[in-house]
Write a protein that binds this ligand. Structure first.
Ligand code: NDP
Length: 335
C-alpha cells in the first residue's frame, strides 16, 4: 500500500519536498468496515488550501497525514452488510492505494459503471459546482452575456455549456490558443480569450460588446480586474474559486482596488456571492444529477478528462494544475 502524505507546508507553489510517498501495510477492515482499492484519484484546486495551516471552511491536512481527496474505488473485502466485493463506490480515501471505510459518505456506483471516473468530474463535485453556482446564484437568462475562466476545466467547461443550454452568449477565458480553440469548437462557446495575451483586456472587452451579465468567478487576479469594468447593472457574480491566488504568499502589489470594487457593486447593484458546494447545496444533488445525465446522453454536454497514470505522479500533476498544465478534469489512474 503506497500513500502520499503531507511532509511540509508549501510556501508558494507546492514542491516535491512537500509530499512524501511511503509504503505501508494494506490495512485490515474490522467488523462493519470495507477495504477499498483506489482506481481513480481526483486532484482538485481546493487541495492547495488544505495544505495550509489556517482557518478555512475545512480543517487543514496535518503534517504526515495522507493527502485528502475523492476517489473511485472497488470493494476488495466487505465486512459491511450493504456492500459486496467487486462493487464500485465513490469514496474519500485520499492519495493512497487502499483505504478503509465504515460506509459513511460512500456513494454506490454499481457493479459495472460505464465511466466510473466521471463520478469525480462531470457527474460529481465539479459538475455539481458548475450547475448550482451558475443556476442558483448566476441566474442566467436567455440573451445574457456569461463569462467564465478556467474555461476548459471541469467547472468552467460545464458552466459555459449550461450557459449555452440556457440561451446565453458565452465567453470563455483560458490559457493558450489550443484551449481557447477547444472551448469554441468542441464546447460550443461563442468566444474564448487567452488570458496570457498581452492585450487580454482589450480582447475581452471586444468579445463582450453588450457588457457582462454573469461572471462566474473561478480564478480572480488580473482576469477579474479586466471583468470588473465590463459588468452590467444588475450583474451576478457567483464566487466559486480564486485559483490564480492559491499559491500567493501576500496580497497582490499595485494600487488598492477595494474601493473601486465596492463602488462598482454599489452603483451597478451587483450581486456577488461565494458558495461552498456541499455545505450549501448537498440536498439538491439529485436535481443536478438528473439534468446532467439527460444532457450527457443527449450530447449537449461534452466532457474531457486529463488522465495521468500512477499515484507517484500525483504531486507533480497537482502542482501543474495550479499553473494550467491540465487540459480537462485532472484524474490520477491509480490501479
Ligand atoms: P481546473 O481543472 O480548471 O484547474 C484550474 C485551472 O485554473 C487551470 O487549469 C488554469 O487553466 C486556471 N488558472 C490557473 N492559474 C490561473 C491564472 N493565474 N489566471 C487564470 N487562470 C488560471 O479546476 P476546476 O474546474 O476543478 O476548478 C475551477 C475553480 O473552481 C477553482 O477555483 C476551484 O477552487 C473552484 N471550485 C470551487 C468549489 C466550491 O465549492 N466553491 C468546488 C469546486 C471547484 P488555464 O490554463 O485555462 O488558465
Amino acid at each position: 500500500n503506497r500513500r502520499i502524505s503531507l511532509a511540509s507546508r508549501p510556501v508558494g507553489a507546492p514542491i516535491s519536498a512537500n509530499f512524501s510517498l511511503e509504503e505501508t501495510a494494506i490495512p485490515t477492515p474490522a467488523s462493519g468496515e470495507l477495504l477499498l482499492r483506489t482506481s481513480y484519484l481526483s486532484l482538485d484546486p481546493y487541495m492547495r488550501g488544505r495544505m495550509n495551516d489556517g482557518a478555512s471552511y475545512a480543517e487543514p491536512v496535518a503534517i504526515n497525514d495522507t493527502m485528502v481527496g475523492a476517489t473511485v474505488c472497488q470493494v476488495v473485502t466487505s465486512l459491511h452488510p450493504d456492500y459486496q466485493a467487486g462493487e464500485w463506490v465513490l469514496a474519500y480515501t485520499g492519495w493512497q492505494d487502499y483505504g478503509i471505510s465504515d460506509g459513511e459518505g460512500l456513494i454506490k456506483l454499481g457493479a459495472e459503471p460505464t465511466n466510473p471516473s466521471y463520478a469525480l468530474g462531470i457527474l460529481g463535485m465539479p459538475g455539481f459546482t458548475a450547475y448550482m453556482g451558475l443556476l442558483d446564484i448566476g441566474q442566467p437568462k436567455s440573451g445574457d452575456t456569461l463569462v467564465v475562466a478556467a474555461a476548459t476545466g471541469p467547472v468552467g467547461a460545464t458552466v459555459g455549456q449550461i450557459g449555452k443550454i440556457k440561451g446565453c452568449y458565452v465567453v470563455g477565458v483560458a490559457g493558450g490558443a489550443e484551449k481557447c480553440q477547444y472551448a469554441v469548437d468542441v464546447l460550443g462557446f461563442d468566444k474564448c480569450i487567452d488570458h496570457k495575451a498581452d492585450d487580454f483586456d482589450a480582447q475581452l472587452k471586444a468579445a463582450c460588446p453588450k457588457g457582462i451579465d454573469v461572471y462566474f468567478e473561478n480564478v480572480g487576479g488580473k482576469v477579474f480586474d479586466s471583468v470588473l469594468p465590463l459588468l452590467n447593472t444588475g450583474a451576478r457574480v457567483p464566487v466559486c474559486g480564486l485559483v490564480s491566488q492559491y499559491n500567493a504568499t501576500e496580497l497582490p502589489s499595485g494600487p488598492d482596488r477595494l474601493s473601486l470594487l465596492m463602488g462598482t457593486l454599489l452603483v451597478k447593484r451587483i450581486k456577488m456571492q461565494g458558495f461552498i458546494i456541499f455545505d450549501d447545496y448537498a440536498p439538491r444533488y439529485n436535481e443536478f444529477f438528473v439534468d446532467m445525465m439527460d444532457w450527457l446522453q443527449a450530447g449537449k454536454i461534452k466532457y474531457r478528462e486529463h488522465m495521468i497514470d500512477g499515484l507517484e505522479n500525483a504531486p507533480a500533476a497537482f502542482t501543474g494544475m495550479l499553473q494550467g498544465e491540465n487540459f480537462g478534469k485532472l484524474v490520477i489512474k491509480v490501479a
